[in-house]
Design a protein around this ligand. Sequence first.
Ligand code: 9MR
Length: 736
Amino acid sequence: MHLWERSLKIATVTALVIAGAAAPAYAEEVEQVVNGGFDNGADPFWANGGMTIELVDGRACVDVPGGTTNRWDAAIGQNDIDLVAGETYRFSFDASGDPAGHVVRAITGLSVSPYDTYFEQSPVLGGLTHYEYTFTASTSTAQGQVAFQVGGSPDPWRFCVDDVSLVGGVPPEVYEPDTGPRVRVNQVAYLPDGPKGATLVTSSTTALPWELRTAAGAVVARGTTTPRGTDVSSGQNVHTIDFGRFRKNATGLTLTADGETSRPFDIKPGAYDKLRTDALKLYYTQRSGIEIRDDLRPGYARPAGHVDVAPNRGDGAVPCQPGVCDYTLDVRGGWYDAGDHGKYVVNGGISVWELLSEYEHNKGSRKVNLTIPESGNRVPDILDEARWELEFLLSMQVPAGKPNAGLVHHKIHDQAWTGLPLLPHLDPQPRELHPVSTAATLNVAATAAQAARLYKPFDAAFAARALAAARTAYDAAKANPALYAPVSDGTGGGPYNDDKVTDEFYWAAAELYLTTGEKRYATDVLASPEHTADVFGPVAFDWAVTAAAAKMDLALTPNRLPGLSAVKAQVVNGAEEYLAVQRQHPYGVGYAPTNNVWDWGSSSIIANNLVVIAAAHRITGKDRYRDGLLTGLDYLFGRNALNISYVTGYGEVNANNQHSRWYAAQLDPSLPHPPAGTLSGGPNSSIQDPVAQNLLKGCTGQFCFIDDIQSWSTNELTINWNAALAHLIGYVAEDC
Ligand code: 9MR
């Protein structure tokens, strides 16, 4: 121990308060690590990756070899650590890195297969620094491990560690998010002639005065707040502020009420034009199978991922999971789903649908320049981008002559989960095709049918190929209507399980009808139980729930389906339901999940519910839908309980540490943050990941979120979520 040379820095995930006097009594604090001060040699610590532990000045040091791929390729650790589920631990150590700037992945996890990680932090090292974290164990085991993973650097470096400690029986952290001023606004912008609402968090139950100020401090509008009582979604006592009568263009405005001044915001036309493009540009840096060019995305260049170059196993000839099939498929290309390297047909399907639907119904989307390799080829960029995924979706269809021909594999991903960070081209895991499913098959039927009508003017051969694939898929699904992807298939990738496919059947039949006009598809549309059902519940549509997508396309694409006016009326009634929810909601959110249990990816659900309101506006032309749409937008950009914009790069305080293996700046400063225009999943009441479970236990609705890269259940990015954002913002930019 060398206390005299410690630069004391308490590194924590975020600001935290340790419960003080009021804390209940805890079990005695017990040290779990043996010889953590290295006072008696190095045992029982081990080192791998060809490293030898040297003791220097009472510290353990290793020369880390350069040129390894993964963090875990070189590590020091100690096994046989006891962990007890529900018990809170303080994990601390002193560490240094020479040269400075290297990252250690400090973990507590399982020392045997499947090597689960229970807690991890990845500080960037320099001179000897004390690091200290608190977490609550989610699992009991006698085979726990404390380890310092130091691999993954191209160059060699030296790592030293001392005073390794894991103490059990400590009080749990009380996490308090920094929510800034209590006046909550859309931190990006309001439109001059649109509605303008804000929310005040206060203990007052009576109306309070508010003032709107310019950047120079001049008061330009005044009024009084409307008390709204306790907001169910956050548990806060709130008032609303309506400053819609102020219609002048301005930047840097602020709202003041109850002694608090909001974060700055603008009132200006065209405020969402850039985001319209940015939200779509994300797809290029999510591409698999192609090099990402620095001239097109400065700071985001990377080699092509999964193209059969080591250490990748490649997607050029991917076998099935054992026993599932005896062929391989070339499934290169497509978009990586999210922060992982998996590619899933049902999520690709809804994402492609939403981009193609934007293309079909929003004429302005056709001229948006996405600065992609295909830009300038006379095909609208949005179609070029969507085709990158469509070709992948088509490649997942079982070829003629094989068992299950015409059906579509549900997904392709790594055999086991990988850690963060990990650039796509460095993923060493074997890739596997998972079984076919009815839902995946119908996703291909729906989107390939949609593609057939939209790409025809640009590439008739592709359109014909897509239509043939769609017909084949649809017939194969009808012959195999109950092949469901199970929830249990979640190792190395997400399950995307779905055992209700009447909605996918309806969607596929609708798209095939819209493209071909054929009676047999019309018959299936009209016979579907979804056709007359009210499908506009708390979640209008997403990867698992697709009937609303069909209804919106039927309502908006010219066609001769009998009784079409009833479909249009359903969409408009759905929008009315979301407006009714929004009116009740003091943050203006048209989403009220049952029992206030916020879904995984709530930001995208809120955005998609607004897409239904946009469809009603398109159908009716009525201002009430435009106003509701614009009011609903504010939540995403900061008018919310956490005072955060869920879109990277937009709003003064915005989510920018979304869970990703390659936009992983929070773990490795040499990597970028997610690109501007990336939507975070947002509050998820079920908090499935350890970071959220540790810090957000017992959270209420809107508070179930943390902008931490390891919080994959509250803060991931995903192709379908950005599709919702892109479609919504495309509408705002073009039609509002
Ligand atoms: O977005 C998906 C969410 O609706 C599901 O509840 C969740 C669990 O099945 O999975 C989410 O999708 C993840 C996928 O399984 C793997 N890639 C990342 C996706 C977003 O977190």
